[in-house]
Ligand binder design. Structure first.
Ligand SMILES: [Ca+2]
Ligand SMILES: [Ca+2]
Ligand SMILES: [Ca+2]
Length: 396
């Protein structure tokens, strides 16, 4: 009991210290996957520990909107950050912005897809300090960006990278002198796939995080479809295309598309969750693709900004039923949908596939569902003023 009180006291003390900064206050963990900027951004020096690199990463991206570029390496490499306050989930608009170094190339020869250049989408996750200990040891939620429900997006993905053997002879690319070792760092995934992080002429340092002692590195998460295309057809010009929204290092920093809504959060099985605010953010490289001489797709970030640092999070999780929104399962297999006003309803499968649309009026409405298999469905209700809320609809 005494311990509990002490920990709570510490957490309150941290939150109350000093004025609120809109920027990152702490880097909790920096764990890049292998990549061509690893050991350079930031620089590894002989003898550095993981704590030294954590501190260097913090110097790069904390306390400023757009600091230095922190490279997360190939797919899965990540950084975990915190703030000196809880970032509130605003009723409308974006909640926070992530800066990176994405750009659209003027030379992109594809007129139908102008948002291509150097776009290296990173997946963003959020977490609440639910146990109040000030540490990111609570449940994480992915912000479901534009590609979340695409069939080509792989959820529950896992990759193991193996430390390169310095005695193994390099395997240069037969046609591309820029690629000095195409079998440099081997990886395999949990779906039967495998490949290599390739080494190129332009980055000659080790691509393996030198401060880590393990001989393999494991990362887990969501893998986005490949976004790089060799538009030249001869390995000379690669275009990395932006995804629509919801990813870090995916659009230029001047774009609203670098901003995020806490309302995009989903749980581990894709169910939307409502978080009144968040305390921690994790960003990891979302694409696993080599792009010839350009190297692997690797997300970089340079800062995160709370877009409304003075906004207080609503206390507790909002209860939809308390506000007059409710879904009840009916014995015959359908649902009773209770709303305080007129709303446009969309019924989704647990995987997010829309099944049906309807308009419901204020009060009780019956929604048929006898023909559907048992499971947890999602009901999105959008009011005439554009607000929306999502409720679970359980079919037994
Ligand atoms: Ca919101
Ligand atoms: Ca915690
Ligand atoms: Ca980048």
């Amino acid at each position: 009991m005494k311990l509990k009180v002490t920990l709570l006291g510490m957490a309150v003390g941290v939150a109350a210290a000093g004025a609120q900064s809109p920027y990152i206050s702490t880097v909790f963990e920096y764990r890049p996957a292998p990549g061509q900027f690893v050991n350079e951004l930031p620089a590894y020096e002989e003898g550095d520990t993981e704590e030294d690199l954590r501190r260097k990463a913090e110097e790069y991206i904390a306390g400023q909107e757009n600091g230095s570029l922190l490279s997360l390496g190939a797919w899965g490499g990540y950084v975990v950050v915190g703030f000196d306050h809880t970032i509130a989930n605003a009723d409308e608009g974006y909640d926070f912005k992530v800066c990176g170094n994405a750009f659209y190339a003027a030379a992109n020869p594809n007129p139908d897809a102008p948002k291509g250049g150097s776009c290296e989408p990173g997946i963003v996750m959020v977490s609440r300090d639910t146990n109040g200990n000030g540490l990111p040891d609570d449940t994480w939620y992915e912000l479901a960006g534009s590609e979340y429900a695409r069939p080509a997006t792989r959820h529950g993905y896992r990759v193991v990278y193996r430390r390169p053997d310095p005695a193994r002879p390099a395997v240069p690319h037969p046609d591309d002198p820029n690629l000095t070792d195409t079998a440099y760092i081997a990886w395999h995934d949990n779906q039967g796939g495998s490949g290599y992080v390739e080494r190129n002429l332009f980055h000659t340092q080790s691509y393996w995080p030198e401060w880590l002692e393990a001989d393999s590195l494991v990362f887990e998460g969501t893998r986005l479809p490949d976004n790089g295309v060799d538009e030249s057809g001869n390995r000379s010009y690669y275009v990395l295309y932006a995804y629509d929204w919801g990813y870090a290092d995916n659009h230029p920093n001047t774009s609203d598309l670098c901003s995020f809504k806490i309302d995009w959060a989903v749980d581990s099985v894709g169910q939307p969750v409502h978080l009144p605010g968040i305390d921690f953010i994790k960003v990891y490289t979302g694409v696993l693709q080599m792009n010839g001489w350009l190297g692997e797709c690797s997300t970089e970030i340079s800062g995160i900004t709370d877009l409304h640092p003075d906004l207080q999070p609503a206390s507790g999780v909002a209860s939809p039923s308390a506000a007059g929104w409710e879904v009840l399962s009916l014995p015959g297999g359908g649902w009773r949908v209770q709303t305080p006003c007129r709303a446009r309803l969309t019924l989704y499968t647990p995987a997010g596939v829309p099944l049906a649309n309807a308009v419901v009026e204020a009060g009780g409405n019956t929604l048929p569902g006898a023909h559907l298999p048992a499971g947890v469905y999602l009901l999105e209700l959008r009011t005439d003023d554009g607000a929306s809320r999502t409720l679970k609809a359980v079919k037994r």
